[in-house]
Design a protein around this ligand. Structure first.
Ligand code: UDP
Ligand code: MN
Length: 321
């Protein structure tokens, strides 16, 4: 074997080494490429699934908050409310009932100079469309502790603000307006009774006006008078909870609003007088009581002062009542 032969073998060995190294490097590169490819695919799948989740979340949100069923009118429920110990309990009772009503839009108007967190949070947990407004009743119109509860109109400025809001924001909608004070109890059935209101519908109200039931007197499908414990002579002897108005009908009657100065107990009558005549009223829920003026009983908080002295803080410190 000559020198040439040895050199030739070395060259071949080197060549083999280079080929192996080349193969190794390329398989590593292919491996990395495959890994990157898999990673990209994985990322794409995750991205796609996340998008699907987003779409479903949006869908759930839409269903929960805007059950838009254009075949039935929206019921706009207007609730004036003010801060006091029973407020959250009252509004929670309302919220639980309203949650069960399809196509309902709750308008809460606080009697205050600013919106409170209590109402803000309550509406955040309400799974339907809602509007949060506030307007403070002027001091001279406000009920003082020594005033008789019926001596000043309550909720007047708040209901009027809600009506203005409807005029400005919902004028193209098919809807029904219903005034739901926060101290009443509402049956879910009530809302289906008033949903067909063409002008103004009227219905019985329980536990109000000093009697068990106040109701329109109905004859031949028409309202012919009122069966009430007092104020029978009022043109419309009906409680705030005892009527509903068609939104489009209301919008045709500009300037209709609750009056700041009325004879005691005449608020509803004076309001409806601007809108309809007796023979135009539509009786609904005939023979059924679907709303009660329950009123929370006068509170007994007479140990609160003792609590404060004993513990050094009031009983609702750090916990929303
Ligand atoms: N209200 C209000 N500010 C007040 C008193 C009452 O906004 O200073 C609200 C109250 O929360 C309720 C409505 O107005 O939704 C009617 O008040 P209330 O039930 O006391 O009146 P009544 O039914 O006795 O006429
Ligand atoms: Mn009331």
């Amino acid at each position: 074997m000559g020198a040439f032969g040895i050199r030739g073998m070395c060259w071949r060995r080197n060549r083999m080494k280079q080929i192996y190294a080349g193969l190794l490097v390329s398989s590593i590169l292919i491996g990395i490429w495959l890994l990157l490819q898999a990673q990209t695919e994985h990322n794409d799948t995750v991205f796609k699934l996340n998008q699907e989740i987003q779409t479903l979340r949006a869908k759930i949100h839409r269903i929960q908050t805007h059950e838009v069923d254009t075949s039935i009118p929206i019921i706009y429920v207007i609730t004036p409310t003010y801060t006091r110990p029973v407020q959250k309990a009252e509004l929670t009772r309302l919220m639980n009932a309203f949650t069960l009503v399809p196509n309902l839009h709750w308008i809460i108007v606080e009697d205050s100079s600013s919106k409170t967190d209590l109402v803000k949070n309550l509406l955040t947990s309400f799974p339907k469309p809602s509007t949060h407004l506030n307007i403070q009743t002027p001091a001279k119109m406000k009920l003082k502790p020594k005033d008789k509860w019926w001596s000043k109109p309550r909720g007047v400025f708040q209901r009027n603000l809600a009506l203005s809001w409807l005029k400005e924001n919902e004028k193209n909608k098919e809807g029904i307006i219903y005034f739901a004070d926060d101290d009443n109890t509402y049956s879910v059935d009530l809302f289906e009774e008033i949903r067909g209101t063409k002008r103004v519908s009227v219905l019985p109200v329980g536990l109000v006006g000093g009697v068990k039931v106040e109701k329109p007197q109905v004859s031949g499908g028409k309202v012919v008078g009122w069966e009430v414990g007092w104020g029978n002579e009022r043109p419309f002897a009906v409680d705030m909870a005892g009527f509903a108005i068609n939104l489009q009908y209301f919008l045709k009657h500009t300037d209709v609003k609750f009056l700041e100065q009325v004879k005691v107990g005449h608020q509803e009558s004076e309001f409806l007088f601007q809108l309809v005549s007796l023979d135009q009223l539509e009786p609904v829920a005939v023979g059924r009581v679907l709303v009660w003026h329950t009123r929370t009983q006068a509170l007994n908080l007479n140990r609160e002062d003792w609590f404060l002295k004993h513990y050094g803080y009031s009983s609702d410190t750090g916990i929303e009542l």
